[in-house]
Write a protein of this length. Structure first.
Lengths: 597, 345
């Protein structure tokens, strides 16, 4: 048996025995740790993985708690809502729905903006909701709501700490399992690309705004479920535990425990909860005054963690536990992913007509025209500053021409975002490599197949996506072997040499099954043999009918490979033709070597 | 509501709005130059107000000890580095400014009967205690991670905010304080009685805004900060030290915060944790300006002040809710205008 499974098994067995061996004080403490860890888990997903954060999680906890408190204690619910008050399980559903609606509203206001608008928006939301709880008479004002019933489960009433303990930890473990599953899936790769890889992910067809929304809603739902459990454990709610400062404490739990790790949530919740208990007993007598002085220690501790161990405690603890990283297995029998039908050789794929792009007074592209046909490699060359990258941006839809038009498969590129262009069959690499350095080569390439698969968040969380996942991984592995990186498949992408990273980008682009490949300086940083291999690969793709546009500086590489060459200088086309003609063209020679005075 | 009530509410709104405008300007400045979202701005407001209040009740303000401790830490770090590099004179300079100055200030405050000093001197002493905490805070808390992502800097700010609230409770106690007005006269403008403190707030805010405008437009340091805000790397390549820019920015922000506190202490009762809400209203204004535009932030601040004043008349229990809900239409408008996907720093 694997050691990591044994460690996990021992942990679960210990959890199961806790109420039997520990005093009620510790059971209560563990109940709180479980409740807090569930909220912190949402923040792991949001902050550590997704690079966003929220200070309003306590307000979502409050939403869950107050929804169930108000519905289960109300005596005069309107008829259309009376059904909801009959069982805590129904109020859980109502609370989750309400939370989802609120989260989607807040998310749609802030998630399209820069990342710091979400935390600022959630502070405002947290404060507003806190004041609402405190002032609304129907919610008991500052005195709160008491007399909340206990949860019943299969005829069993969970009205003691040692009983609801099992429900809390069952909720938490299920949440951890599903989060873990989600992160290891198609949607999970998209989520993990949010931090530092949005532009790349968009170019691979990932709707990153949607992914941001998904993790924000999941984090809010976890907080809401925690609030529901809290209300039925305490049997009483008031506004205090749902203020912004508690929201900040939740964030501390995630960061101290290890915001990038599912287990970090439990570690952080445990450390902060125990520390808070201890400091609250100890600090007031030390300082000779009453008040919540633990915030001083928490604040400074937090700064220290961010200065010295930004990854939190879990990575440090993990070294003490013998946990082996599990390699993904490639299922050779998995069915191949569906492929698009490639256009026939010679068919017009890409057409740029009189493209002009001005930046103020500077004309970066002036009346540029070019076309690429299926089964052809076209090179765009020119001295530095000739406007090649600008042209590349017009073609790939990153930028819009001032005048003129780019048509891909007969449709205009302008006005479509990177995702739609990717869906139409254009796939690209980046001049400055964009990949996710801590993910394996295999997973980086698998992002390319995002649009060729469709399993969503729920199927991923419950592992209903494994057949499709196997197909994706098989395709990714196939492309990796094809470009010659097979021996590096399981290494971290960031550990590869720059040239290999460029090749990885080609594999990722191929994984999208494109009909037009845009390559921005693919041979830069490659050794001679690697260049030869790349050339062979591109020739093979050409034979299959792929259209390729390549921007490149390496003349030997270009001239021995491509079918036609377009030469740019000062934003204009100065020559177009076969490689041999171009090499003799006096205008080209002058542009590259300087004229004879 | 009749005209006179509306006028009184407007006066309140404009007075508070002027303070929010100052805070919003500082927030925009700090974010532009250092990428730090300065959540703890409000604590500087409270520290300023409460330090002044402590002096007026004849107690040695505990904030001065916080300054001594922060100064000692900076001395240990920077002085140590300077000594290691064999720069004895620099080490002495570091120690002088960061340790000598706070100790001298503490000694002076201990020796003087501070409650009998004229108000102007008390205000100057308050600023002398609270403002240097700004650059020291930058040195200790932000400089070591100056290139970290915005999110990490934000979490540090929030952590410092709650630490400062806890320390505020320790220093000043849970009691609220209100200081006497700067002067007693009031001005009659038709049906409206304009109090002296309102005039003080408006005049000082206006002077400060003009002063900052001149500073950024005409002085070398001001231009250096603007350059850093526009292009951090480019400014660094031109020899503008990001550390200096950071410290200078925090100095200005702490100055604006503490001065705002001193100005509003006679108008509202300030508790150790009041600063947070005041600072956040500055934030609402700054967000209206997209954390980038100074004039929009100032207009936003006046809007926040007026909305707050009128909300407290119509629905006082929901005053805070209404003010913070104001950012929703602003965010909606910004969100609808934003189309491109950007990489987070």
């Amino acid at each position: 048996m694997r050691t990591d499974r044994m460690v996990l098994g021992a942990f679960l067995a210990l959890l199961l025995l806790v109420p039997a061996i520990l005093s009620p004080y510790y059971v209560t403490l563990l109940n709180y740790i479980g409740l807090y860890a569930m909220v912190a888990l949402g923040l792991v997903l949001l902050t550590g993985v997704g690079g966003l954060t929220s200070f309003g999680q306590a307000a979502f906890v409050g939403l869950g708690a107050y929804t169930t408190a108000a519905l289960t204690t109300a005596t005069d619910l309107p008829a259309w809502l009376a059904w909801a008050g009959t069982s805590p399980w129904l109020t859980l559903v109502v609370g989750l729905l309400l939370t989802a609606v609120v989260a989607v509203l807040i998310g749609s206001l802030t998630l399209k903006l820069s990342g710091h608008f979400l935390p600022l928006g959630t502070i405002a939301w947290g404060i507003s909701l806190y004041f609402l709880f405190g002032t609304m008479e129907s919610l008991g004002g500052h005195t709160g709501i008491s007399g909340i019933p206990a949860i019943g489960l299969l005829g069993w009433t969970l009205d003691e700490g040692g009983e609801i303990y099992y429900l809390i930890w069952a909720f938490l473990l299920v949440a951890m399992l599903t989060t873990h599953n989600l992160l290891d899936s198609r949607e999970g790769r998209a989520i993990r690309a949010l931090k530092g890889g949005r532009i790349m992910a968009e170019a691979m067809g990932v709707d990153t705004s949607r992914s941001r929304m998904v993790i924000f809603v999941i984090a809010a739902l976890l907080a809401c479920a925690s609030g529901w459990l809290y209300a039925h454990m305490q049997r009483f709610v008031n506004p205090t535990p749902f203020g912004v400062h508690i929201g900040i404490e939740y964030l501390f739990m995630a960061v101290v425990g290890g915001a990038g790790y599912v287990w970090g949530a439990i570690v952080g919740a445990g450390v902060i909860t125990v520390l808070k208990q201890w400091l609250q007993n100890w600090l007031p007598s030390l300082l000779g005054a009453t008040g919540s002085f633990e915030t001083i220690v928490f604040g400074l501790l937090m700064v220290l963690v961010l200065h010295r161990a930004r990854e939190g405690l879990w990575p440090i603890l993990k070294k003490l536990v013998p946990v082996r990283a599990v390699r993904k297995t490639i299922d050779a029998d998995a069915e191949p992913l569906p492929r698009r039908t490639l256009p026939k050789a010679g068919e017009l794929i890409l057409e740029a007509k009189d493209v002009t792009r001005r930046f103020g007074g500077l004309i970066a592209n002036n009346n540029m025209s070019l076309e690429v046909r299926a089964g052809e490699i076209l090179a765009l060359i020119g001295p530095n500053g000739a406007g090649k990258s600008t042209m590349f941006n017009q073609i790939s839809g990153v930028d819009t021409p001032t005048s003129g038009e780019v048509r891909f498969l007969g449709k205009p590129v302008a006005g479509h975002d990177s995702r739609e262009i990717a869906r139409m069959g254009m796939s690209r690499t980046f001049q400055h490599v964009k990949l996710l350095p801590t993910m394996s080569v295999l997973e980086n390439v698998a992002i390319g197949a995002h649009l060729r698969s469709d399993k969503g968040v729920l199927s991923s969380a419950w592992r209903l996506d494994r057949a499709e996942e196997a197909r994706i991984l098989k395709e990714a592995a196939r492309q990796i072997e094809r470009v010659g990186l097979a021996e590096h498949m399981y290494e971290e992408a960031g550990s590869l040499a720059l040239g290999q990273q460029r090749i990885l980008e080609i594999a990722r682009a191929l994984c999208a099954d494109p009909c037009l490949l845009l390559l921005d300086e693919p041979a830069a940083g490659l050794r001679f043999k690697e260049k030869e291999a790349l050339g062979e690969l591109l020739k093979k793709l050409r034979a299959e009918g792929m259209a390729t546009l390549i921007v490149e500086h390496d003349m030997d590489f270009v001239m021995s490979l491509v079918d036609r060459v377009v030469v740019m200088e000062f934003g204009q086309k100065i020559a177009e033709g076969l490689p041999d003609e171009i090499q003799q063209n006096p205008a080209v020679l002058e542009a590259y070597l300087g004229g004879v005075e | 509501m009749d005209m006179s009530i509306a006028l009184i509410l407007s006066q309140d709104g404009i007075t508070n709005g002027a303070i929010y405008a100052l805070l919003a300007l500082a927030l925009v400045l700090v974010f532009a130059v250092t990428r730090v979202i300065f959540i703890q701005q409000g604590e500087f407001v409270a520290y300023g107000a409460l330090t002044l209040a402590m002096m007026q009740s004849g107690v040695l303000p505990a904030t001065v000890w916080m300054l001594v401790v922060m100064g000692a830490l900076v001395t240990a770090l920077d002085g140590g580095l300077a000594l290691k590099a064999g720069q004895g004179r620099r080490a002495a300079g570091v120690a002088g400014w960061n340790l000598g100055y706070p100790l001298a200030l503490a000694a002076a405050l201990g020796g003087l009967a501070v409650d009998e000093l004229p108000l102007a001197v008390q205000v100057l002493l308050t600023l002398a205690i609270v403002v240097p905490m700004g650059p020291m805070m930058y040195r200790l808390m932000y400089q070591p991670i100056a290139s970290a992502p915005v999110l990490v800097l934000l979490i540090v700010s929030v952590a410092l905010h709650i630490a400062m609230v806890g320390l505020g409770l320790l220093f000043f106690g849970a009691e609220g304080q209100r200081t006497p007005a700067f002067s007693e006269f009031s001005l009659e403008l038709g049906p409206l009685m304009v109090s002296a403190q309102t005039l003080w707030v408006l005049v000082v805010s206006a002077l400060l805004i003009v002063g900052l405008y001149q500073f950024f437009g005409r002085t070398l340091y001001g231009k250096a900060l603007r350059a850093t805000a526009i292009n951090r790397v480019g400014a660094q390549l031109m020899g503008i030290s990001p550390t200096l820019a950071g410290k200078l920015t925090f100095f200005l922000a702490a100055f604006i915060g503490a001065l705002s506190g001193v100005l509003i202490a006679p108008i509202t009762t300030i508790y150790y944790d009041t600063g947070f809400l005041i600072g956040l209203k500055g934030f609402v204004a700054a967000i209206i300006g997209g954390l980038a535009s100074y004039p929009l932030a100032a207009v936003g601040a006046l809007a926040v002040g007026l909305l707050e004043a009128f909300a407290s008349f119509w629905a006082s229990a929901y005053k805070e809710v209404i003010v913070f809900t104001l950012i929703i239409p602003v965010l909606l408008w910004r969100s609808l205008r934003s189309h491109h996907v950007e990489e987070e720093e």
